[in-house]
Design a protein around this ligand. Structure first.
Ligand code: AP5
Length: 213
């Protein structure tokens, strides 16, 4: 099975690109952030455990993340995945290695200034989860999803001070993960500070390049 990992700071466009890539390549999009938000919305025991971490922009403990991903993979053993936001620590990368075969890892690099600009303007549909940007990609009708008509909301961790903290956490935790995949010859760097379509083409080219090695 061939799986792809998208790494990058908050706001790099992992979710945006993973959704497109999953559709184009016929793979499943697995976002640990989305899975946690679903648990929080359902007010499940896991949701109650992780809510504080997400609100503060802290990483959820590895054991909870890994258990959730393992359960998700077990439910779809014959599927190929685009991992978005996982792994985020060296421990998670090592554990993922034992659960699934990874073919390509794309690191989408974006500056802190751009991250703050994008996330301050991000809005998400309560109904279908589609992401908008009120400055760069607004919905046709203010506050309303183009696809399902759902209400748009701002994520609790998209407050300016939490965005800056999330970026710092990412810089600290991601370095060993990037090195882990670089040493295995699986890593490709993509400049994410460009329009969505340009980044998408660059990711597809990088996936092909790494998968051919
Ligand atoms: P998660 O939901 O994964 O958040 P994140 O990694 O901080 O990433 P984002 O979802 O904020 O950004 P993105 O890169 O997906 O960008 P997007 O496409 O939305 O995780 C949330 C929290 O869950 C974490 O803080 C942690 O608490 C917990 N968690 C999750 N996974 C975990 C793990 N493995 N271990 C421990 N804890 C974990 O785009 C952002 C905005 O920019 C949008 O408005 C979009 O329209 C716009 N945009 C996208 N691309 C472009 C572009 N090229 N040009 C202009 N605008 C663009």
């Amino acid at each position: 099975m061939s799986n792809i990992v998208l790494l990058g700071p908050p706001g790099a466009g992992k979710g945006t690109q993973a959704e497109r890539l999953a559709e184009e390549l016929g793979r499943l999009h697995l976002s640990t952030g989305d899975l946690f938000r679903e648990e929080i919305t359902r007010d499940s025991p896991l949701g109650r455990q992780v809510r504080g971490y997400l609100d503060r922009g802290e990483l959820v403990p590895d054991r909870l993340v890994v258990a959730m991903v393992r359960e998700r993979l077990t439910g779809d053993l014959d599927q190929e995945f685009i991992f978005d936001g996982f792994p985020r620590t060296l421990e998670q990368a090592v554990r993922l290695d034992k659960m699934a075969e990874i073919d390509a890892v794309i690191h989408i690099a974006v500056s802190e200034t751009e991250v703050v600009r994008r996330l301050s303007a991000r809005r998400v549909c309560q109904g279908c989860g589609r992401t908008y940007n009120v400055l760069l990609a607004p919905p046709q009708e203010e506050g309303c999803c183009d696809v399902c008509g759902g209400k748009l909301y701002r994520r609790s961790d998209d407050a300016p001070e939490v965005i800056v903290h999330r970026y710092a956490v990412y810089q600290e935790e991601s370095r060993p993960v990037i090195e882990f995949y670089r040493e295995r010859g699986l890593l490709a760097e993509v400049d994410g500070d460009r329009p969505v379509d340009t980044v998408f083409q660059a990711i597809k080219a990088a996936v092909n390049r790494v998968e051919m090695i």
